[in-house]
Design a protein around this ligand. Structure first.
Ligand code: NDP
Length: 601
């Protein structure tokens, strides 16, 4: 797509009307309670997060030990961190994981149809190291979970793991230069280094709908799918739903994947929509054995970097992945720029980007209209917000599900469910009797590290990490915190996010273990962000996040903008220069070798 301001202004009327439509839709969806509209899964709701996958609870006595490194979380982040530590010669590791196995997201999320939405050849980490090739371009959840287990076995991590165990507190011991870590099983672990990889989306959230606790039917969250109730497994076959009316609350990436399976198996499915998702083509296919034979060593890193460059707005001659993500980001970030690389003035660039966004939005709405037979349903499924305001979904079966007679879309125009009674959901003033309510309502984002890691983390002088982060994360590079030595935070707070999260985690791990290896080599035992280093990074974050913050302030509410609470949102605390610029910054920092912003002793 190419264009100029002249063309944009020729189309002024439609640009103006789209702007007005997007603003109207956004305002309709704003809930003054912001993040407070959700219920924390504690107390009477605690059973929503019980582990349905445990066959037999692990019984063991508590342990007391001193280790070199503790890794919190056994998802891909924790696995990469543990493998990275082993690569630099640290074998004295302990991994603490609340689930019954490795896998993280893929341990919990076993709902029917669960699948990676980033291509599996770049999403599944360490493929070359473990000599594994996924069976499909977008592998399904059981295969991804098995890969997590494969990594665990390959790097000898099962012996290091304490499963079904949660950290309850972590205290920095200045005399010993170690963290004292306690768990809910009475363990006492002293660790020189702690790496947290507890995942940004690990706490399911429930909508605070009036009457939710009065419902007499069955309820569960998608991340704890109840196959005992539905029958079947991740491939579907949920025969026990044949005589059941099921309501699915939510239309995000999870609902998009599980609704087609429910549509096949349930007597009736009500899909309750507040805000529609953009749903593009998936085009999954089995892995081509000839392509596998053609792969040369280093292929996975090359493919990951190519994908990351394209979705970061770089022009690349080759597009290895060539899917909905690379097409979308090329259209949104790259194709409207002059081919000669000339920099555009900001107003022109912004006008062209807005035009690209509107055009992409129109294309996606046309795609919906082409796949949904009933025009009024197609109309209700069309999203009216910037394409990058919410994570887009890709699925070939979701939209056609609405052509079935046993599927009803309940569009609540941003309002959500009015009320839940003993036997029904009430939407738009109409009562719909249902046997089961499935919450596809997502996960907490932007709540305190304390809550997501489940622990009170106290640094130098007993300072609470939650207190340190009360006004948003304050770190150096997103990893190190002043007053919290030898604590390394993996994830997407306060640094740049890559859409391919596992690639982002791998890069962070490489960077951090390089630092740990170098400091160990000179006999240092304490690594801490300086107050100045942290303050300087805060200034950079504030300056760099202006663009993305302004964009998300205009966006329909969602977890990117803390339901419209932009100051508390992820976007206000991210490194807005993008993943390529952030990687370059880390490379340069490593090459300089002065450990700027850190005190190492
Ligand atoms: P999301 O947070 O994306 O979606 C939650 C849904 O629940 C939204 O549609 C939301 O509506 C809706 N909702 C919230 N409150 C109510 C209410 N009161 N009444 C009705 N609906 C309500 O969660 P998901 O679990 O879908 O996805 C979370 C993230 O997990 C994704 O963005 C993605 O990053 C990841 N994911 C990745 C997958 C993969 O393939 N790799 C697959 C699935 C998820 P509204 O939009 O109006 O707030």
């Amino acid at each position: 797509m190419t264009g100029s301001v002249a063309e944009v202004s020729r189309d002024h009327a439609s640009v103006e009307s789209l702007r007005a439509k997007y603003a109207e839709e956004r305002n309709r969806r704003l809930d003054p309670r912001k993040n407070e509209q959700f219920i924390e899964v504690t107390g009477e709701y605690r059973h929503f997060v019980d582990d349905p996958w445990i066959e037999a609870p692990i019984t063991r006595g508590s342990i007391e030990e001193v280790v070199e490194a503790l890794v919190i979380g056994g998802g891909f982040g924790g696995l990469l961190a543990s493998a990275g530590l082993k690569k630099i010669g640290i074998d004295d590791i302990r991994i603490v994981e609340k689930a019954g196995d490795f896998g993280g997201t893929w341990y919990w999320n076993r709902y029917p149809g669960a699948q990676c939405d980033i291509e599996s050849y770049i999403y599944l980490p360490l493929l070359e190291e473990t000599a594994y090739i996924p069976t499909e371009k977008y592998a399904h959840a059981p295969e991804i979970f098995e890969h997590a287990q494969r990594i665990g076995r390959h790097f000898g991590l099962y012996d290091k793991a304490l499963f079904q165990t949660e950290i309850t507190s972590m205290d920095w011991d200045e005399a010993a230069l170690r963290w004292t870590v306690r768990t809910d099983r009475g363990d006492l672990i002293q660790a020189r280094y702690v790496l947290t990889a507890s995942g940004p989306l690990n706490r399911p959230k429930l909508p605070g709908i009036s009457g939710i606790s009065r419902f007499k039917g069955h309820m569960f969250h998608t991340s704890r799918w109840d196959y005992g109730y539905t029958g079947g497994d991740a491939n579907g076959g949920m025969t026990r739903l044949a005589d059941k009316k099921v309501a699915v609350l939510g239309t995000g990436a999870t609902a998009v994947q599980c609704v087609p399976y429910l549509a096949r198996d349930a007597q009736h499915v009500y899909v309750v929509q507040r805000t529609p998702s953009n749903v593009g083509a998936r085009g999954n296919r089995p892995t081509d054995p000839d392509w596998v034979k053609s792969l040369a060593p280093g292929w996975q890193r090359e493919r990951m970097e190519n994908f990351n460059a394209i979705v970061s707005g770089a022009r690349c001659e080759t597009d290895f992945v060539a899917d909905g993500w690379t097409e979308l980001f090329s259209d949104m970030l790259t194709n409207w720029r002059p081919e000669d690389g000339r920099e555009l003035a900001l107003p022109e660039a912004m006008a062209l980007m807005e035009r690209a966004d509107f055009q992409k939005g129109e294309e996606m709405r046309a795609w919906i209209a082409a796949h949904v037979e009933r025009p009024e349903v197609a109309e209700a499924l069309k999203p009216w917000y910037g394409v990058l305001c919410k994570r887009p979904a890709f699925n070939d079966d979701y939209l056609p599900s609405f052509n079935r007679d046993n599927v009803t879309l309940i569009d609540t125009h941003g309002a959500g469910v009015d009320e839940i009674t003993g036997s029904a959901i009430v939407c738009n003033g109409v009562s719909y009797p249902v046997d089961c309510i499935i919450f596809a309502t997502g996960f907490e984002v932007g709540t305190t590290t304390n809550r997501t890691a489940g622990a009170a983390i106290r640094g130098v002088g007993g300072e609470l990490l939650a207190g340190h982060f009360a006004d948003g994360p304050r770190t150096l590079h997103g990893f190190y915190v002043h007053g919290f030595p030898n604590l390394f935070l993996l994830g997407s707070g306060n640094n740049a996010v890559k859409p391919n999260i596992t690639d982002m985690l791998a890069e962070q791990v490489d960077h951090l273990v390089d630092l740990i290896a170098k400091t160990r080599a000179v006999g240092a035992k304490r690594i801490e962000a300086t107050a100045g280093g942290e303050a300087e990074w805060r200034q950079i974050i504030v300056a760099k996040s202006q663009g993305i913050r302004a964009m998300h302030a205009q966006c329909t509410p969602g977890y990117f903008n803390a339901e419209g609470d932009i100051e508390k949102s992820w976007s206000a605390n991210t490194y807005g220069g993008g993943a390529l610029e952030f990687s370059a910054l880390l490379n340069e920092w490593r090459e300089r070798g002065d450990n700027a912003g850190l005190k190492i002793s």
